[in-house]
Design a protein around this ligand. Structure first.
Ligand SMILES: Nc1nc2c(c(=O)[nH]1)N[C@H]1C(S)=C(S)[C@@H](COP(=O)(O)OP(=O)(O)OC[C@H]3O[C@@H](n4cnc5c(=O)[nH]c(N)nc54)[C@H](O)[C@@H]3O)O[C@H]1N2
Ligand SMILES: Nc1nc2c(c(=O)[nH]1)N[C@H]1C(S)=C(S)[C@@H](COP(=O)(O)OP(=O)(O)OC[C@H]3O[C@@H](n4cnc5c(=O)[nH]c(N)nc54)[C@H](O)[C@@H]3O)O[C@H]1N2
Ligand SMILES: [Mo]
Length: 573
């Protein structure tokens, strides 16, 4: 029996127990013996990269690493993704530090929301599932729990449930109130709710200054305008206000609300709502977004070096680029731009477990061991657990990030690094009973700065016209693009798809071909009728091949984050 943990980028960070290579869920309260379809089926079926290649020709690992040692220098870039989120992924920073080279930073994920939380309350802290379980009312705000966070479901049982999502998700179907909000309007809903709460004198006495000014700020928007922007009914909002009157309310916020330039302000406004109602700093209350899993840890891989944005990276400026655990040619926004840039790179190196859109463009391909084949440590962005990841199967068709780094540093003659065990132990010993030190301060809330202004040209973005003058009579313009995660995939890994999910009223039929166009590119897909999608939206999940041909590589106002949904789509038969 080997105890380990899942390294895939997901809220759940499941404990795994393996016997004779067979995986089972850990028996802890959270995982409770149950693993998802990815671990049960897809991971074993996925075909791995078995051999390093240089320009398509198979070579030994020794030859491949020797070639790398010749091309990596100070004009190189490291672009890391989140194919595996074990802490040892970051060990390659030590190599790039010794090279005095550049590292891509920023976020394709939660950066905008996190920046908003940090502006408001200083630190982005999360709430554990056990704490969430103590709430009376749960507001699920742009998080698709049945798909992306399934092990949390038992903690929501028996609670009053509000779901705010432009899609009627599985959890929305079970909700006491589902606000099927217009995309990109959560900021305005949060302001409206704050306004109603204060109008009804529901606010609690607060130690933080600024409620009066904040109330005045919310009053600079007419109620009618806010209702129009959110496209919600006053009656439904009133039901939510009533539920917010409960003593213990938790907001679970997902990445859906903040895939926009104004993502920071959305989280800040949701935080303000919780602060006004006194739903913070005490049992069963709070706002939990994706947390910073490394909070309070001493990170042996933290380095000072030059950085460049992960969102609109100018790859072409670098002679050599190492892509590690990422698939930027699929997962970054504006694929047409990304591919053009990647093609300019003289030495594009791909270090991963599977072939994908990015490996196809690479000159040198290095197979990585996956998280079941190496030692690592798993932290979590939705609780404070820390778990040792132990190798479950032995494999020799790839290399770990640690061995990769150690060998290259040796080859470059730039000294040595510590042994693998000592790095792993340095993480594990910073926790007690499998929980990080940050857990102690979970409810700490020392300061709060209310939002004072908003930098948003809402109407201009709402009225974005994508493609003008299309000749085809069957085209209609101006749909929002919703691009959430898929059940049997983890981002671009595992099951892929080509479905475009739309409401039947849009005039398309199940199984029919459809073309989506934006200012950035075109996607051809197959219609899947889903009447849970708002009529002003199209849903293309993150595992649909080519989805990011449609998305802009603009950077969020705060947090250096991608804005996948800040675009409008034209539909053509
Ligand atoms: N099965 C599976 N699990 C995963 C992943 C995966 O790919 N597959 N990926 C993992 C990763 S990397 C992450 S970051 C997490 C993310 O997981 P989540 O936080 O759940 O994020 P998404 O699935 O992107 O979107 C969540 C919801 O936001 C809604 N939404 C979209 N736009 C808006 C809006 O403007 N307002 C509101 N209120 N809602 C909106 C969508 O309809 C969707 O239901 O999941 C992790 N878990
Ligand atoms: N349209 C749209 N785009 C999105 C999103 C969305 O919701 N919609 N979500 C965004 C989000 S939240 C995220 S987090 C990003 C994710 O985007 P990426 O971080 O690029 O993740 P993946 O596309 O899954 O690619 C991960 C690759 O890592 C490799 N890999 C797996 N395990 C290991 C390992 O142990 N070592 C190494 N070296 N490689 C490994 C695999 O080969 C895999 O192909 O995508 C973003 N892109
Ligand atoms: Mo993510």
């Amino acid at each position: 029996m080997i105890q380990s943990a899942c390294g895939l980028d997901c809220y759940d960070a499941c404990a795994i127990v393996a016997s004779s290579g067979k995986l089972k869920g850990g028996e802890d309260r959270f995982t409770s013996g149950v693993l998802c379809s990815v671990l049960n089926r897809h991971i074993a079926k996925a075909s791995r990269i078995m051999q390093p290649t240089i320009e398509g020709v198979e070579v030994t690992m020794e030859v491949a690493l020797e070639a790398l040692s010749k091309v990596l220098d100070k004009d190189s870039l490291l672009y890391r993704g989140s194919g595996n989120v074990g802490v040892m992924q970051e060990v390659t920073h030590l190599l790039f530090n010794r090279l005095s080279a550049t590292i891509a930073n920023g976020s394709l994920c939660d950066g905008a929301g996190e920046a908003g939380i940090a502006q408001g309350r200083g630190v982005n802290r999360l709430l554990t599932p056990q704490h969430i379980g103590k709430a009376e009312v749960i507001v699920v705000w742009g998080r698709n729990i049945d798909t992306t966070n399934t092990h949390l479901l038992p903690y929501l049982k028996g609670k009053k449930l509000v779901v705010i999502d432009p899609i009627q998700t599985a959890i929305a179907k079970q909700a006491d109130v589902h606000l099927q909000i217009a995309p990109r309007s959560d900021l305005y809903l949060a302001l409206l709710l704050c306004r109603f709460v204060i109008m009804q004198d529901m606010q609690k006495v607060s130690e933080f200054d600024g409620i009066e000014d904040f109330y005045d700020f919310t009053r600079t928007f007419r109620i009618k305008l806010l209702l129009e922007r959110t496209d919600l009914k006053a009656d439904d909002i009133a039901k939510v206000v009533e539920l917010l009157g409960y003593e213990k309310v938790v907001h679970l916020v997902g990445v859906g609300v903040q895939k926009y330039s104004i993502g920071d302000a959305v989280l800040r406004a949701i935080d303000a709502l919780a602060v006004i109602l006194g739903h913070y700093g005490k049992e069963g209350c709070g706002v939990s977004f994706l947390g910073n899993s490394k909070l309070s840890f001493n990170n042996p891989f933290a380095i000072q070096t030059q950085t460049i944005s992960k969102v609109n990276t100018p790859f072409g400026r670098f002679k050599s680029v190492l892509i590690q655990g990422a698939n930027p040619a699929h997962s970054m926004p504006d694929t047409n731009r990304v591919i053009k840039e990647l093609k300019k790179v003289e030495n594009l190196i791909y270090f991963g477990t599977y072939h994908n859109e990015t490996s196809q463009l690479a000159k040198i391909v290095i197979p990585a061991l996956n998280f079941l084949e190496k030692s690592d440590v798993r932290l979590s962005y939705s609780d404070y657990s820390i778990k040792a990841m132990n190798p479950i199967t032995q494999a020799n068709h790839g290399i770990s990030e640690y061995a990769f780094t150690r060998i290259l540093i040796e080859k470059l003659g730039s000294g040595e690094i510590d042994d693998e065990r000592s790095y792993i132990d340095s993480w594990l010993t910073q926790a007690t009973h499998g929980v990080s030190l940050a857990a102690k301060n979970m409810l700490r809330f020392e300061t709060f700065e209310f939002l004072e202004e908003i930098d948003d040209d809402f109407e201009a973005i709402k009225n974005l016209t994508d493609i003008k003058n299309l000749k085809n009579t069957h085209n209609t313009s101006g749909y929002w693009l919703l691009t959430p995660k898929a059940k049997h995939a983890i981002n671009s890994q595992f099951k892929r798809d080509n479905s475009v999910e739309i409401h039947c009223d849009l005039g398309f039929h199940e199984g029919e071909k459809i073309t989506l166009t934006t200012l950035y590119g075109t996607l051809n897909g197959i219609v899947k009728i889903n009447n849970g999608v708002r009529q002003d939206c199209v849903m293309v999940r993150a595992n649909v091949t080519g989805v990011n041909r449609l998305t802009p590589s603009i950077v969020s106002n705060k947090g250096n984050s991608a804005c996948f949904q800040e675009t409008k789509v034209t539909l053509t038969k």
